[in-house]
Ligand binder design. Structure first.
Ligand code: MG
Length: 382
C-alpha cells in the first residue's frame, strides 16, 4: 500500500453548537455541544476528525473540553506534523504514544482514518474490514432520549420522534423513575423495540426493582450499576433474562475483557470517543465477537462529523443492535459538516461511498460556532 503524503498542517477548532433543547443527563444540563475539530492537511488531501467530550460520562473519561484542548494542542497535534503512513496499524502505533486517550485521542485518530481512506480511495468502513453487503444495507438508527420531568412529557417526545422511523427506543431510568415509566411506555406504544439506560444509578440493594423490569421484554438494561460495580452486575445478570449492556464499564480493552470473563454483561455499547478512536473500538468489537457478546455503536452525542465515524463502525458484523447515531437535526440547531448527517430512509442511514469518512467540514459554519482555533505547520520540521 502506498503511503499518504506527509501531514503539513494541523488545525484545531473548538466549536460550541447550540443544542435544540437542553440535554439532561445524570451529570447535569447542557445547552451547547462542545467539540474540537481536528483538520489534517497534506499536499493532496484535507481530512478531519472530531474530539467530542462526553456529556454525562459518570466521570469515567478524562475529557472536559479544556482537557482535550490541552492534550491536542500540546502533545497530539505537534506529533502529527510530517507523519506519513500506509496502514491502520501505523495509526495505532502513533496513537499509543499520545497521553490521555479518550476524546482527545479520538479526534486525531479518526482524522487519520479519514486521511488514509481518502489516500487509498476506500471508505472508513472498508478500512475497518466491514463486508460490502453490510455496508450496502446501511445502519439502523435508534432513538435516544434524555430525562424528562414527567412521564407524559416522555411519552409525548417518543410519539413525536417515532414517526421518523427510528428502529428502537432507548429511555433513561433512575431509582424512583423506572418500573412505572417502562410500564407506561409499553402500554402506550405496545411491543416497540425498547431498552433502558440506567447510567449506573443502581446498586446491589436495588436488584428487586431491576428484576421487576424483566417482564417488559426489554432489548437490554444498559449500565445498571456504577462502572466499577462488576460484582453487582454479575449478581443481577444471574437473576434476569434481559441482557445487561455495559457502557461506562467498557472504557478500555482490559475492563471489557474482565467484565465479559466474569459474566457481567451480554452486550457492549461501543463509544469511539470513550475508547480513544476507531482502532480501540474495533479491537473491543472483535473481542466481543470472539466471546459471543453483541455490540452496538453509541453516541455521546457527537456533532455530525464524530457521529459519521460511528456509522462506519456500525457496519461491522457484530454490531447487532441499532446505533445511537441520530441525524444532526435531532440534537443540534445546525452542524459543521457537509453534507448534513441525515437518514436516507425512515430509521436508516446509508453509508457514503465517498473515500474516507465521506463528510467534509463546512468552513463557513465552523467560523460561526468557533470559540478558538490553533494552527500547527510543518515549517519548523521541514
Ligand atoms: Mg449509556
Amino acid at each position: 500500500m502506498t503511503a499518504t503524503s506527509p501531514i503539513e498542517r494541523v488545525v484545531l477548532t473548538h466549536v460550541q453548537v447550540p443544542l435544540k433543547q437542553p440535554l439532561r443527563t445524570s451529570e447535569g444540563e447542557f445547552t451547547v455541544k462542545d467539540a474540537i475539530l481536528v483538520t489534517l492537511e497534506t499536499a493532496s488531501e484535507v481530512a478531519a476528525g472530531e474530539s467530542s467530550p462526553l456529556a454525562g460520562d459518570l466521570g469515567v473519561t478524562a475529557g472536559t473540553p479544556e482537557q482535550c484542548w490541552k492534550l491536542l494542542s500540546e502533545a497530539i497535534a505537534p506529533s502529527l506534523l510530517g507523519f506519513s503512513f500506509s496502514t491502520t496499524e501505523e495509526i495505532g502505533a502513533i496513537a499509543s504514544g499520545w497521553p490521555g486517550g479518550g476524546p482527545a485521542a479520538a479526534g486525531a485518530e479518526t482524522a487519520l482514518w479519514d486521511l488514509l481512506g481518502q489516500s487509498h480511495r476506500v471508505t472508513v468502513a472498508q478500512l475497518l474490514g466491514a463486508i460490502d453487503e453490510q455496508i450496502r444495507l446501511g445502519v439502523q438508527s435508534g432513538l435516544g432520549l434524555g430525562s424528562f420531568p414527567s412521564i407524559v412529557e416522555l411519552l409525548r417526545s417518543i410519539e413525536t420522534h417515532l414517526v421518523e422511523g427510528f428502529r428502537r427506543v432507548r429511555i433513561r431510568i433512575s431509582p424512583g423513575s423506572d418500573v412505572e415509566v417502562v410500564r407506561a411506555v409499553r402500554q402506550h406504544f405496545g411491543d416497540i423495540p425498547l431498552m433502558v439506560d440506567a447510567n449506573g444509578a443502581y446498586s446491589s440493594r436495588d436488584i428487586d426493582v431491576l428484576r421487576a423490569l424483566d417482564e417488559f421484554d426489554l432489548l437490554m438494561i444498559e449500565q445498571p450499576m456504577k462502572p466499577g460495580d462488576i460484582e453487582g452486575m454479575i449478581a443481577l445478570q444471574g437473576q434476569i433474562s434481559t441482557p445487561i449492556c455495559i457502557d461506562e464499564s467498557a472504557g478500555t480493552m482490559e475492563q471489557t475483557t474482565e467484565a465479559i470473563r466474569l459474566g457481567a454483561c451480554r452486550i457492549v455499547n461501543l463509544k469511539i470517543q470513550r475508547v480513544g478512536g476507531l482502532g480501540p473500538a474495533r479491537a473491543i468489537h472483535d473481542l466481543c465477537f470472539q466471546h459471543g457478546i453483541a455490540c452496538w455503536v453509541g453516541s455521546t452525542p457527537e456533532l455530525g462529523l464524530g457521529q459519521s465515524f460511528g456509522l462506519h463502525l456500525a457496519t461491522l458484523a457484530n454490531c447487532k443492535y441499532p446505533t445511537g447515531v441520530q441525524p444532526s437535526a435531532r440534537w443540534f440547531v445546525d452542524d459543521c459538516i457537509a453534507p448534513a448527517l441525515e437518514l436516507s430512509s425512515p430509521g436508516l442511514f446509508s453509508i457514503p461511498q465517498r473515500p474516507g469518512v465521506g463528510y467534509q467540514v463546512d468552513q463557513q459554519k465552523l467560523r460561526r460556532y468557533q470559540v478558538r482555533q490553533a494552527e500547527f505547520t510543518s515549517r519548523t520540521t521541514g
